[in-house]
Design a protein around this ligand. Structure first.
Ligand SMILES: CC(C)(COP(=O)(O)OP(=O)(O)OC[C@H]1O[C@@H](n2cnc3c(N)ncnc32)[C@H](O)[C@@H]1OP(=O)(O)O)[C@@H](O)C(=O)NCCC(=O)NCCS
Length: 168
């Protein structure tokens, strides 16, 4: 998964989603979550119109290319919910996910939030290991509420990151 990030491959900025970004973000979503539930155009539009209710989507850029995105809810609340994070599979292992997490950490700490939490299906041990590597701790496991899938796909793992912990 990990290829060394270089100046040429490193992401350089994160900006709020715009309508022009929809096709590229949806392309990354399809590639990163081939079996997942998809957000519709209306779903993305809702985030732009009312981010407080639906959460904000932020896109990660490298030069003029979108290479990833994240969807965040409860910003500026004590517990920030990271609903989704995805890197374009063609750009995996180049530090994009780490760049996004560190950006969210700084932003959330600046808002005086105390932690970031997320849910991930138990059927994704690599993703769980990746979040642990980034400093997240597993808090609990329970039914995920979706009816689609079987076995570990029906279990959600809740993880959280204490914002007072040192950045990795
Ligand atoms: C999970 C995901 C966001 C990671 O993004 P990424 O851009 O590839 O991650 P990075 O390049 O920043 O990660 C590199 C680091 O993770 C480490 N790493 C990679 N895979 C790992 C694993 N399975 N376990 C532990 N560490 C891992 C690398 O060694 C490297 O560590 P370093 O920074 O200490 O050198 C990406 O793989 C993805 O989009 N997956 C599909 C969608 C998904 O499952 N999203 C999360 C659920 S919401």
């Amino acid at each position: 998964m990990h290829k060394a990030a270089t100046k040429e491959t490193s992401p350089d900025r994160i900006a709020k989603l715009t309508v022009a970004d929809f096709p590229r973000v949806m392309q990354i979503e399809r590639a990163a979550f081939p079996n997942g539930r998809r957000k519709t155009v209306d779903g993305y539009r809702s985030c732009i119109v009312d981010g407080k209710k639906h959460g904000n989507v932020y896109v990660v850029w490298r030069a003029d290319t979108i290479v990833g995105y994240l969807h965040v809810k409860h910003e500026a609340m004590p517990k920030v919910l990271l609903c989704n994070l995805a890197t374009d599979p063609a750009h995996e292992g180049m530090g994009i996910g780490t760049f996004a997490i560190n950006w969210l950490r700084k932003k959330s700490a600046g808002n005086k939030s105390s932690l970031i939490f997320l849910h991930v299906r138990a059927s994704k041990p690599d993703t769980i290991a990746w979040y642990k590597h980034r400093g997240f701790t597993e808090i609990k496991r329970g039914p995920c509420g979706y009816k689609v899938g079987s076995g570990d796909e029906l279990t959600k793992v809740t993880m959280e990151l204490d914002l007072s912990a040192p950045m990795r």
